[in-house]
Design a protein around this ligand. Structure first.
Ligand SMILES: NC(=O)c1ccc[n+]([C@@H]2O[C@H](COP(=O)([O-])OP(=O)(O)OC[C@H]3O[C@@H](n4cnc5c(N)ncnc54)[C@H](OP(=O)(O)O)[C@@H]3O)[C@@H](O)[C@H]2O)c1
Length: 254
């Protein structure tokens, strides 16, 4: 894969595994996140393991000036980006009524507006070149009622479905990746101790597996990727259930 991939949320979890697996396929990388030390450590590991060029773009995507730098990198015609992975994200407690409104606004901005803005920056170049791949990391929560998190991820799935149908025939695929519970730093960052998330052990996925399957689905031009048979079956079940039951199933875990 002789291209450059820009990955947000690359300092941790799914984003760092996209970086590793895209580098394994030969892509040069631009790694975006706030934690410079974590990005530097990952970049060193990847340069040694795969010999590709890795650039760091330390940015808080909720800061307009820093986000503009990421958009400028994505639209730079002299250094085209062929793959965009929107993986930056965080979660909030499901108790919407108690969450600070400012936190909810930031949450919506990072999960919805930021991927939309980055796609807007990268698409014109990809369409002019007639090729490109965009992966938007959504969640199975998109298919279940799950506070503002599920609603934001539903937006990302719906927009990705439309974008894939529209731009896929022009050579640019857009895939919404919908993982279930995955071992990363996501739940710990929400203040939940490992093993205290209320999720049965058998429902946890490993981040490298999620990434490998979603990259295969994206290469096939799929609009939606639901890694693992377990979660494909669960999504099917939830779609068949009356909405009140679906909400009860969706209430498990965090
Ligand atoms: N883990 C799961 O169970 C699961 C399931 C379904 C979907 N997802 C989705 O997968 C995506 C990746 O999450 P993860 O599980 O890999 O969690 P994670 O390990 O906590 O990683 C989150 C990443 O987002 C970055 N980030 C957070 N706020 C940012 C900001 N303001 N600006 C720039 N970067 C920011 C973090 O980097 P810095 O802190 O260094 O900035 C980090 O690299 C998220 O969109 C999440 O909703 C996760």
């Amino acid at each position: 894969m002789a291209t450059t991939a820009l990955i947000t949320g690359a300092s941790s979890g799914l984003g760092s595994d996209y970086a590793r697996q895209l580098a394994e396929r030969g892509a040069d990388l631009v790694l975006v996140a706030r934690d410079r030390d974590a990005l530097q450590t990952l970049a060193e590991e990847i340069r040694i393991d795969h010999g590709v060029t890795v650039t760091l773009l330390v940015a808080d995507l909720l800061n307009p000036k820093q986000r503009d730098k990421v958009c400028a990198r994505l639209s730079d015609p002299l250094s085209p980006v062929g793959v965009l992975v929107n993986a930056a994200g965080f979660g909030l407690p499901l108790t919407f009524e108690h969450n600070a409104l400012a936190d909810e606004v930031n949450h919506l901005e990072l999960l919805v507006q930021v991927p939309m803005m980055l796609m807007h920056a990268v698409l014109p170049g990809m369409l002019a070149r007639g090729r490109g791949r965009i992966l938007n990391i959504a969640s199975v929560a998109a298919f279940t009622p799950r506070s503002t998190y599920g609603a934001a991820k539903r937006w990302l799935v719906s927009f990705s479905e439309w974008a894939n149908a529209t731009y896929g025939p022009q050579g640019v695929t857009v895939t919404a990746v919908c993982p279930g519970f995955t071992h990363t730093n996501f739940h710990e960052r929400m203040g939940l101790a490992p093993g205290n998330e209320g999720v049965p052990t058998g429902m946890w996925l490993d981040s490298p597996d999620v990434v490998a399957q979603s990259l295969r689905d994206a290469a096939r031009g799929k609009a939606v990727s639901i890694p693992s048979f377990r979660y494909k079956a669960l999504v099917l079940l939830v779609r068949l259930l009356p909405s009140a039951w679906a909400a009860r199933v969706a209430g498990a875990g965090r």
